[in-house]
Write a protein that binds this ligand. Sequence first.
Ligand code: ADE
Length: 232
Amino acid sequence: DTWTARILTLFPEMFPGPLGQSLAGKALEKGIWRLETMDIRGFATDRHRTVDDTPFGGGAGMVMRPDVVDAALEAATADGLKPAIYLTPRGRLLKQELVQELAAGPGLVVLCGRYEGLDERVIEARGLLEVSLGDFVLSGGEPAALALIDACVRLLPGVMGAEATLAEESFNTGLLEYPHYTRPAEWSGRSVPEVLMSGHHEKIRRWRQEQAEETTRLRRPDLWDAYRKRKA
Ligand code: ADE
């Protein structure tokens, strides 16, 4: 019943990586979550431990074999852990909403792709949930898995110190965050906005709200539209 991230990868040495440090690393040591890696190569059956082959129809690069990946997924899901996620730029764009759903569940199985991709048939046969971090291309799924798991782990009960911070952050309010300042009050010819030094809590609250709204309007008209429709 401990939240579990089970990672299928050709590069198990990439883990825990940053997930062994800071907030996620401390939570891992405390036993709030578990991280398991499974080496896909361990499921290859031939003498050379082959995990990929050339694409039918020709073209550049290599494709991960469906039989090898399927055997790895069979082992990774044997205890019922789900969902099984395949990280790919072709997937559904990751939003905080899915992160919240994943963090509220038992954990996840993450398949990290390498090479040009994965044979489509294993995606279909296993009903893999395809997820993308954004409109850019990584050389493999591993850095995406690290990001996805980090986003989930920080939402687990007992991981973040101040729960108030969570309620205030963007994608809960629907706005980008207001700007932050700390000492020194004067730095490199730049001062901190006067209102933040005033001690007027209500004025500060209003200023932060205005800043959040203006930043969102200018930088993310899509979020701004959704926010206005939500309020109306
Ligand atoms: N693998 C390679 N690129 C990716 C991306 N943008 N999102 C998720 N997984 C990926």
